[in-house]
Design a binder for this molecule. Structure first.
Ligand code: FAD
Length: 377
């Protein structure tokens, strides 16, 4: 039976980033249930990198990842991983006071966030109707991510450093004896590993159960997205994504089309999430109410599971009870934008090297991410 230092379960962004950072230092196998990596949530995102989104730790880890994505090592990619987009959070009259307060708060963390009055809001995003543009907070530095290039770059480089990828390899049983896991797969194959890295996305608590570890209370939440044609003549390259202040819809310009979402968060068991017609209809109605867009035909539609723990932070660290079981879970709606630094932080902790300095300097503490925070209550 082949033995590895680390068996990483899951080949989404979390698993491949961790494998990329582990592989130069240790032997690694990535075990993925599906026939393709990134089949689940990683392949279904809206691909926005925003340093104003999420908790203080999420924003810090996003900043650290952004440094890598803007300047990846030679050979990682042959084209930019991030490209300018901008994100405008807009509000109606009754949302204006709260939005203005939030804009001040965002600007304290990210000084380039600017408050726009109604006229400026409409100038920056002319698709908005005046009643949906009583003010806005603009973050010009939000960027589009090339998720396939980021995920593919990690995977290619991890494999070049010796990591092994096994697809159609669902982990169905974990047994630990004398400091070594036997990892059994559905097809009857097995490997042994010193450490399991739990990067199984929506299934993280299920995998923990196989290892005998207590759940962290992960709740997968379905989010729906779809694309539709953009009217001719719009300059989509310079148009910001627009997000309703209460996050009840968003529209993101893409190449020749828009991506829309009702920003739904419907709790779901871990599964191959599918879009519901009702959620799409709700989004169409909200987007048509707030903007001049007329959505005549849905081109593509999908849904994915954004998985959160109660405080909406990542869960990174060794399980406090089960030896050799390492968590990298709770990526929520930020798994790609935090992907690089979360994987690096996970690899560093898993190798016993502590928190990387650049991430500590951004104010992240190990305890805020540790799975132990769920067992100590
Ligand atoms: C509509 C939508 C919009 C989003 N927009 C953004 C955005 O703009 N920016 C951003 O940063 N993030 C965004 N996200 C969130 C982001 O996509 C996720 O946080 C991220 O993809 C999670 O990655 P992951 O690797 O943890 O999970 P996944 O990509 O789901 O990977 C987990 C993998 O583990 C595998 N697995 C599970 N159990 C087992 C087992 N027993 N054996 C073997 N394999 C197993 C699964 O098959 C799966 O492939 C969005 C998500 C959605 C749905």
């Amino acid at each position: 039976m082949q033995h590895f230092d680390f068996a990483v379960v899951g080949a989404g962004i979390a698993g491949v980033s961790a494998a990329y950072h582990l592989a130069p230092h240790a032997s690694v196998v990535i075990l993925e249930r599906e026939h393709a990596a990134a089949y689940h949530t990683t392949g279904r995102s809206a691909a926005l990198h925003s340093e104003t989104y999420g908790s203080a730790e999420i924003r810090a880890i996003t900043v650290a990842s952004g440094r890598f994505y803007r300047k990846p090592p030679a050979g990682f990619t042959d084209h930019p991983l991030l490209t300018p987009r901008g994100a405008l959070i807009a509000g109606r009259a009754e949302q204006q006071a709260a939005l203005q307060k939030a804009a001040t708060e965002y600007a304290r963390l990210v000084p380039s966030v600017r408050w726009l009055d109604p006229a400026e809001t409409l100038r920056r995003q002319p698709l908005l109707k005046p009643e949906a543009a009583s003010g806005g907070a603009i973050f010009e530095e939000a960027e589009d991510m090339d998720v396939a290039a980021i995920h593919g770059g990690f995977l290619k480089a991890a494999r070049a450093a010796g990591a092994v990828l096994r697809l159609d390899a669902e982990v169905t049983r974990l047994d630990r004896k004398v400091g070594r896991w036997t990892v059994c797969m559905r097809d009857g194959e097995s490997v042994t590993a010193a450490t399991i890295v739990n990067a199984s996305g929506a299934w993280a608590d299920v995998l923990a159960g196989l290892a005998g570890a207590a759940p962290v209370g992960l709740v997968p939440k379905r989010r729906t997205a779809f694309t539709f044609d953009a009217p001719a003549g719009l300059d989509l390259a310079h148009m910001p994504m627009v997000i309703d202040f209460d996050e009840t819809w968003y529209v993101k310009p893409e190449v020749g089309q828009f991506l829309g979402s009702p920003a739904d968060e419907t709790p779901s068991p871990p599964c191959d999430a599918q879009p519901e017609e009702l959620d799409i209809a709700i989004a169409v109605e909200r987007i048509e109410t707030a903007t001049s867009l007329q959505i005549r035909r849905i081109k593509n539609k999908w849904a994915g599971l954004r998985s959160f723990v109660a405080d909406k932070n990542l869960v990174v660290g060794y399980d406090p009870v089960v030896a050799g079981f390492f968590w990298l879970a709770g990526q929520g709606g930020y798994g790609i934008q935090t992907g690089e630094a979360a994987g690096r932080l996970a690899a560093s902790l898993a190798l016993g090297r502590g928190l990387p300095n650049d991430i500590a300097d951004l104010g992240v503490a190990v305890a805020a991410l540790s799975p132990a925070r769920f067992t100590q209550r």
